[in-house]
Design a protein around this ligand. Structure first.
Ligand code: PEP
Length: 247
């Protein structure tokens, strides 16, 4: 009942030359799963022109629809150039821009007002995991970052342990399963079983072709949010293929 989703976060990587990679990714898209690429904002229009059935998203938006916020981008602006999703609360935004759960919640409301699907990221640091605080941290981030009104159509949650992002370190499948089951239970408790079961949960953190199969076999993993391995079709197409194969 939940469509699988392979999502790529290009972060601050890529110029117009990289649009050829998105075009090459369309060749792996079968229609049985959803595929999303979130390039830097200046590439969204170009990405839309080559993306076929691949959805295009932003990597952040401001909480306000317009105004005196130099350098920021509103959710309506993303929607206007064809974005359907926006990543919010990524740990790099939380660290680099001091984004707190309240900010993420306000941005999620703004995304929904612009009819964007919010991909809300949560995840613990290594120190928090070592102190055995992972579930408390994730629970707090979920409660603080996700507004009332979530549905399976307007929200995707990405579990991204901070220590696994861009490091090549990946939690065990048991650790991923524990957190995903916990997130599912939290969503069901807060939003009811129907909504809670319909929200897709992505794992993110050093996903690559060689570990995708085992991650996609974990309970309550509905896909992946992929950074480095989403930049080229050579790396991302095998991940799309692995997600298709997990159906
Ligand atoms: C990310 O930035 O969301 C991410 C998961 O990065 P990577 O796949 O490179 O670890």
């Amino acid at each position: 009942m939940r469509r699988k989703l392979a999502a790529g976060n290009w972060k601050m990587n890529g110029t117009t030359a990289a649009l050829a990679e998105i075009k090459a990714m369309t060749e792996e898209v079968t229609g049985d799963i959803d595929v999303l690429i979130c390039p830097p904002s200046p590439l969204i229009t170009g990405a839309k022109s080559v993306s076929g059935d691949i959805a295009i998203g932003g990597q952040d938006c401001h909480a306000k629809p317009s105004g005196a916020h130099t350098g920021d981008i509103s959710a309506a602006m993303l929607a206007d150039v064809g974005a359907s999703h926006v990543i919010l609360g990524h740990s790099e935004r939380r660290a680099d821009h001091d984004e707190q759960d309240d900010d993420v919640r306000a941005k999620t409301i703004a995304a929904w007002e612009a009819d964007l699907i919010a991909v809300v990221c949560v995840g613990e640091t290594l120190a928090e995991r070592e102190a055995q605080n992972t579930l408390d941290i994730i629970g707090g981030q979920l409660a603080g970052s996700i507004p009332d009104g979530a549905t399976g159509l307007n929200l995707v949650v990405a579990y991204e342990p901070v220590w696994a992002i861009g490091t090549g370190k990946v939690p065990t499948t048991d650790q991923i399963g524990e957190v995903h089951d916990f997130i599912r239970a939290k969503l069901e408790r807060r939003f009811g079983a129907g909504v809670g079961r319909s929200v897709r949960l992505l794992y993110g953190g050093s996903v690559k072709a060689s570990n995708a199969d085992e991650i996609f076999a974990v309970s309550n993993v509905d896909g992946a949010l992929v950074g480095g391995a989403s930049l080229t079709a050579a790396d991302f197409n095998p991940i799309i293929k692995a997600l298709n194969a997990s159906l």
